[in-house]
Write a protein that binds this ligand. Structure first.
Ligand code: NAD
Length: 477
C-alpha cells in the first residue's frame, strides 16, 4: 500500500491526522496491520468547512453532467482495481476473499446505478387545475456526514456516497476506526477521477473523537449513519438540536421462517448462508431460525452435519467459507452471549468454541435450541456466528414469533406455497423480505428497517431521495 493509504483526504489534499494514533489489527492473526494517524477535532472542522465551501462555490451541486461523468469514471477505476480492493477488505476485516469480491462488484454496480438514475431523471412538471404550472426542483441538501460500521466497509459506504454525490451534495466521510483501509484507497480513486477539491473529504477516527464533533457540527446539513441502535439513538438526539436531516440504518434480529413444505436440504443451505455469511456479522443475518415443528429434528440434524464441514480458515484462501470475527473485543462479546444463553437455560446444540492454536479471532458457528421468546439471546443482536432455533406449529405462531422483537430489518420465508409465503411476507414487519432465498440486496429496490432497525431507506430511488430537498415551484403565467 502507498503512504496515502494511511492518510486522510481533505480539500483535495492528503493530510496527516493530528489526533489519536491507532494500530489496526489483522483479525486472522491478531498482529499489527497498519498504523493510522486520526483526525483531531480541529481537522473535523476543517473537513466540514472544505465541504461547505465546495458546496457554495463549485459547480458540483448544479452540474449534473459533471457528477454523472465523474461517477462513471469512479466506477470504471474501481472495477479495474477490484481484486486489490478485495484483498485490502479481506485483510482489514477478516472476511473470506470470495465475499469481499462480491462487495467490491456490488459497489461498482451501485455507483453506476446512481449515475444512470440521475442521468435519466426527468423534472416533474404539471399544468394544475387553476391554470398555474408546478414543477419539482430536486436540490442537494448541502454538507452530508456519512458514517459507516466495520462489517462491509466499502459497500455500505458506497450505498451512501454514490447517491449523496449523484444528488450534488458535498461529503465528509467517516469509516469505522477499525476498518478504514478500503475507503482510504477509494479516496485515491476519487482524486484520480478528478473530483473538485472539497467535494469529498475523508476523516479517520472513532465515534468519540471524530464522529461526535462531526454530527454536532452546525454546518453539517445531513447525517446518514449505519451502525448500532444505541449509537443511532445518540446521533438522532444530537441532530435534533439543529434539526439536521437524519437517516439511520441500525441493527436487526432477523427471522428465517421455514414452513413444513420446504425442502430441508435447501432450507439448510439458506440458513447457513443467511446466518453465517461474513461470520454472522451482518445487520440482516438470519440469526433466528423459525422452523415448523414437523421439520425441526431433521433440519437440526442436517444443519449440524453441514456445520461440521464448514471451511473455517484464512481470509485470503480461496476455499475459506468463514473467517475470523472482527476483533478480540467482539470475540469476547460473542462468547459472553454464548454464556448468557447457557445461563438462561437454552441448549448449546453445537459450536461456540474458539479454535485451538489460533491467534486470530476464530470461533465455531453456534446453534442454540430450547429457547423462548423472552431470552436475551433471542431478543438482542449478537452480531456474530450465533443463531437460535425455535419451532412453531402454524402460520399465526410463526408470524408472532417473527415480529416479536424490537427490530424489523429483514426476514426470510421458505415454502413451496407461494400464496402463503406472500401472505406471510405482507404481515412480517421488516424492510426486506426474501421468499425462498436470503441476503441478496438489489440496488434498484430499497433497504432499511421497520421499528428500531432504523429510519429511512437506502438504495433505489429512495436512496437518492434521502439526499435531496424537493422544492415545489409554482408559476402563474
Ligand atoms: P457502531 O454503532 O459502534 O459504530 C458505527 C459507526 O459509528 C463507526 O464508524 C463509529 O466510529 C461511529 N460512531 C460511534 N459513536 C459515534 C457517535 N457518538 N457519533 C458519531 N459516530 C459514532 O456500530 P459497529 O459496531 O461499527 O457496527 C455494528 C452495528 O451496525 C450492528 O448493530 C449492525 O446491525 C449495524 N449495521 C446495520 C446495517 C444496516 O444496513 N441496517 C448494516 C451494517 C451494520
Amino acid at each position: 500500500m502507498s503512504q496515502n493509504n494511511f492518510r486522510m483526504y481533505m480539500n483535495g489534499k492528503w493530510v496527516e491526522g493530528r489526533g489519536n494514533r491507532r494500530t489496526l489489527i489483522d483479525p486472522s492473526t491478531g498482529s499489527a496491520l497498519a498504523e493510522v494517524a486520526e483526525a483531531s477535532s480541529e481537522q473535523v472542522h476543517e473537513a466540514v468547512l472544505a465541504a461547505k465551501i465546495a458546496f457554495e462555490t463549485t459547480e458540483w451541486p448544479v452540474n449534473a453532467k459533471l457528477r454523472v461523468a465523474l461517477l462513471y469514471k469512479l466506477a470504471d477505476l474501481l472495477e479495474a482495481s477490484a481484486e486489490e480492493f478485495a484483498q485490502v477488505e479481506s485483510r482489514n476485516t477478516g472476511k473470506p476473499i470470495r465475499e469481499s469480491r462480491l462487495d467490491i462488484m456490488d459497489s461498482v454496480t451501485c455507483i453506476r446505478y446512481y449515475a444512470n438514475l440521475v442521468e435519466s431523471r426527468d423534472v416533474w412538471q404539471k399544468e394544475m387545475e387553476d391554470g398555474t404550472t408546478s414543477r419539482i426542483h430536486e436540490e442537494p441538501i448541502g454538507v452530508c456526514a456519512l458514517i459507516v460500521p466495520w462489517n462491509f466497509p466499502l459497500l455500505l459506504g458506497i450505498w451512501k456516497l454514490a447517491p449523496a454525490l449523484a444528488a450534488g451534495n458535498t461529503i465528509v466521510f467517516k469509516p469505522s476506526e477499525i476498518t478504514p483501509l478500503s475507503f482510504v484507497k477509494l479516496a485515491a480513486l476519487i482524486e484520480e477521477a478528478g473530483m473538485p477539491d472539497g467535494v469529498f473529504n475523508l476523516v479517520l477516527g472513532d465515534g468519540a473523537a471524530v464522529g461526535q464533533p462531526l454530527v454536532s457540527h452546525e454546518s453539517v446539513n445531513k447525517v446518514s449513519f449505519t451502525g448500532g441502535a444505541e449509537t443511532g439513538r445518540r446521533i438522532y438526539q444530537e441532530c435534533a438540536k439543529t434539526l439536521k436531516r437524519v437517516s439511520l440504518e441500525l441493527g436487526g434480529k432477523s427471522p428465517l421462517i421455514i414452513f413444513e413444505d420446504a425442502d430441508v436440504e435447501i432450507a439448510v443451505d439458506w440458513a447457513l448462508f443467511g446466518a453465517f455469511f461474513n461470520q454472522g456479522q451482518v445487520c440482516v443475518a438470519s440469526s433466528r431460525i423459525l422452523v415448523h415443528n414437523e421439520l425441526e429434528q431433521e433440519f437440526l440434524k442436517r444443519l449440524s452435519d453441514r456445520l461440521a464441514h464448514i471451511r473455517i480458515g484464512k481470509p485470503l484462501e480461496e476455499a475459506t467459507e468463514m473467517g475470523p470475527v472482527i476483533s478480540l473485543d467482539h470475540l469476547k462479546k460473542i462468547e459472553q452471549y454464548i454464556q448468557l444463553g447457557i445461563s438462561e437455560g437454552a441448549t448449546l446444540f453445537t459450536g461456540g468454541t474458539r479454535i485451538q492454536g489460533e491467534d486470530g479471532y476464530y470461533i465455531t458457528p453456534a446453534v442454540f435450541t430450547d429457547v423462548n421468546q423472552e431470552m436475551r439471546i433471542v431478543q438482542e443482536e449478537i452480531f456474530g456466528p450465533v443463531i437460535t432455533v425455535q419451532s412453531f406449529h402454524d402460520e399465526e405462531e410463526a408470524i408472532a414469533l417473527a415480529n416479536g422483537t424490537k427490530y424489523g430489518l429483514a426476514a426470510g420465508i421458505l415454502s413451496q406455497d407461494i400464496e402463503r409465503a406472500n401472505r406471510v411476507a405482507n404481515r412480517v414487519q421488516a424492510g426486506t423480505i426474501w421468499i425462498n432465498g436470503y441476503h441478496t440486496p438489489h440496488v434498484e429496490t430499497a433497504w432499511g428497517g421497520f421499528k428500531q432497525s432504523g429510519i429511512g431507506r437506502e438504495l433505489g430511488p429512495y436512496g437518492l431521495a434521502a439526499f435531496t430537498e424537493p422544492k415545489h415551484i409554482n408559476m402563474n403565467s
